[in-house]
Design a protein around this ligand. Structure first.
Ligand code: HGY
Ligand code: MN
Ligand code: MN
Length: 402
């Protein structure tokens, strides 16, 4: 049914692109490492005689079956965060490739097209917002606008990078007609492993807000400037980092500051400017909004108190998503028919599936993450767990294409 050895060795083969000496990968969207991974996926798609279509956002589609009836899409992403793991994304893309190859090898003849998709820039680390390729596919961002977005690491635009790596396609994103989308993904959290459950049938995904604050204070001598005379943007940033945790507890959500760049960033001077990005998440939209409002009220208060000014930019405002009950039930049903334990769950992470839910009824299949770890070189899922995820997708897809 599923060739587990082939599946895991392909994921292993992909992990060479962006490989880090201490393990894990850095394969940022539209980098040369991303190009290498895309080229290999394209080769595998062509070997399976899938029709390869690249759209204007560089989303890659491998289409099995020609017809204007709506098809079933499966896939995920190949880009990674900085110093990330080998499984976040590739399990979904290569798992989908394996399912298609196994269906073909088993002589299954789909009654509707099957579309394998590798979405551009799911992580949003080099270019924000995240899930950008699937957002464009769902018409949530205009391509012309997306093309102008500049990389945080080298200032190149999306369009320049797509051209550079040879993935600036002609197809308008979202043209291919899709009836359902299903994505296998590692859970990236501790629930499945700690409860010893094989499969997560993801019924919803929490909302995500990313907000950038540029703080303007005054650089001054660390030794001679009395505390009462400081406008230390670095101190304000520290207060914000502490406050986001406090408010996360209050609102029962999660809040993180992963980007905090001090300038001039030297031992013996207070900070002139700080670029700080807040990532807040909550499964309930109203609570998410209240959490953000409380944080913004705090930022206004602490900056005023410290004589620091700021600019605020909303980078991401993705509301919580409910997935398709029908597909979630199908995932649960097929899991138990396969003798696998399964639980319904909420995704703490953002995924392309949340954008695809805007296009068609979608859902996700989670597999356990070792120690609940992800966005870390030590991210790991066992060959068996990856095989289980692919087996469930195989059975779900077989039913949907019949
Ligand atoms: O941020 C996220 O949750 C996703 O990994 N882009
Ligand atoms: Mn991912
Ligand atoms: Mn990720």
């Amino acid at each position: 049914m599923i060739n587990s050895e082939r599946l895991s060795s392909r994921i292993e083969e992909l992990s060479q692109f962006g490989k880090l000496p201490k393990g894990g990968i850095t394969r940022l969207a539209l980098s040369k490492e991303d190009k290498a991974a895309r080229d290999l996926l394209k080769k595998w798609m062509e070997e399976l005689e899938l029709k390869v279509v690249i759209d204007q956002m560089g989303n890659m589609m491998g289409i099995w079956g020609e017809s204007d009836t709506p098809g079933i899409a499966i896939g995920s992403h190949l880009d990674s965060v900085k110093e990330g793991g080998n499984f976040d994304g590739p399990v979904g893309v290569i798992g989908a490739l394996e399912v298609i190859q196994s269906l073909k090898e088993n002589g299954i003849k789909p009654k509707k097209p099957v579309i394998l998709i590798n979405f551009t820039n799911e992580e949003g680390v080099r270019f924000t917002p995240d899930m950008m390729g699937s957002l464009a596919f769902a018409k949530g961002i205009d391509v012309e606008e997306a093309w102008k977005i500049k990389a945080t690491n080298d200032g190149k635009t999306i369009k320049e990078c797509l051209k550079e790596i040879g993935y600036l396609g002609k197809e308008i994103p979202g043209t291919v007609n899709i009836e359902n989308y299903i994505e296998i993904h590692i859970e990236q959290g501790p629930i499945l492993e700690s409860e010893e459950i094989n499969i997560g049938a993801v019924s919803q995904l929490q909302g995500i807000y990313w907000t950038e604050y540029i703080l303007h204070g005054k650089a001054s001598h660390a030794g001679t400037t009395p505390l009462s005379m400081r406008n230390d943007a670095g101190f304000v940033a520290g207060c914000m980092i502490k406050q986001i945790r406090k408010l996360a507890k209050k609102h029962k959500g999660v809040g993180t500051v992963g980007v905090c760049e001090l300038s001039p960033s030297q031992i013996n001077a207070t900070s002139e400017t700080v670029r700080i990005i807040a990532d807040i998440r909550h499964p309930k939209e109203k609570k998410l909004g209240k959490f953000q409002d409380d944080f913004d009220a705090y930022v206004s208060k602490i900056t005023k108190k410290e004589g620091v000014t700021f600019e605020k930019k909303e980078l991401v405002r993705f509301t919580p998503v409910q997935f398709s009950e029908k597909i979630v039930e199908l995932i649960s049903k097929k899991s138990s028919e396969l003798g696998l334990t399964c639980t319904e769950m909420t995704s703490g992470a953002g995924h392309d599936a949340q954008m695809m839910q805007r296009v068609c009824p979608s859902a996700m299949i989670f597999i356990p993450s070792k120690d609940g770890l992800s966005h870390n070189p030590k991210e790991f899922s066992t060959e068996k767990d990856i095989e289980n995820g692919a087996k469930v997708l195989y059975e779900v897809l077989k039913e949907l294409i019949n």
